[in-house]
Design a protein around this ligand. Structure first.
Ligand SMILES: C[S@@+](CC[C@H](N)C(=O)[O-])C[C@H]1O[C@@H](n2cnc3c(N)ncnc32)[C@H](O)[C@@H]1O
Length: 208
């Protein structure tokens, strides 16, 4: 799936949002040549693998106004959500420890003018400041579910919704995480990969 085959109405976004997503695609291709921001094999499928895959999270938390994205990389899903959520007043906080990737995130945030704040830091440092403040926390391709819950439990306990895209091993990850945590998880289908799932976590308690 490449951009000429895609339209704003395919994605159900405004013309303005679509143009900003196209800009993100163009800049990612330009920066990739020198900065190697994403897995090279995913470049042939930027729209499907990265943009649409990120975009699908927005409707899973339509009321969200403050969104925390951990390990944002080149902006997936956080930057795409900041672009697509701008018209509904969404602000996205992007947490990324790699300075090359942060430079790219800041560059796109500046070019598009969307409400994205880049935190060039380790997520362990940033999370405490968002307890009771983030409506949603997301993380794609960052860590096992158990580790994500270890990090985000203080947020989830305070009412933040967790949205975690996961691959085909989701059941194994759930079994492992349930050894330590009790939580409510909806397992939602992914629109871009029939083997993948999205976990929507709404409450959590530790066993001990
Ligand atoms: C595999 S990449 C995934 C990037 C993006 N979420 C995606 O799906 O394309 C994981 C990213 O998390 C960042 N990362 C890993 N551990 C982190 C930490 N403790 N704090 C902040 N960022 C971290 C890495 O620098 C990397 O960019």
């Amino acid at each position: 799936m490449t951009s000429p085959a895609m339209t704003a109405s395919d994605l159900d976004v405004s013309r303005e949002t679509f143009e900003k997503l196209e800009l993100l695609e163009r800049e990612l291709r330009r920066w990739q040549a020198i900065k190697n921001l994403v897995g090279p094999t995913t470049l042939d499928h930027i729209w499907e693998r990265h943009i649409v895959d990120s975009l699908q999270l927005l409707e899973l938390a339509p009321e969200a106004r403050t969104w925390l994205d951990l390990g944002s990389g080149a902006g997936f899903p956080g930057l795409v959500l900041a672009i697509a959520g701008a018209e509904r007043g969404l602000r996205v906080h992007l947490v990324e420890s790699n300075s090359r990737k942060c430079a790219f995130l800041r560059h796109i945030a500046r070019l598009t003018g969307v409400a994205a704040t880049v935190h060039e830091s380790r997520l362990e440092t940033i999370i405490p400041g968002f307890v009771g403040k983030a409506d949603v926390v997301s993380a794609r391709a960052l860590a096992s579910l158990t580790m994500l819950l270890d990090w985000t439990a203080p947020l989830l306990k305070a009412g933040t919704i967790g949205l975690f895209p996961k691959g085909r091993d989701v059941e194994t990850e759930l079994t492992e995480a349930r050894k330590k945590w009790t939580f409510e998880a909806e397992i939602l289908p992914s629109l871009t990969d029939s083997d993948a799932r999205i976990l929507r976590i709404t409450s959590i308690e530790s066993h001990s």
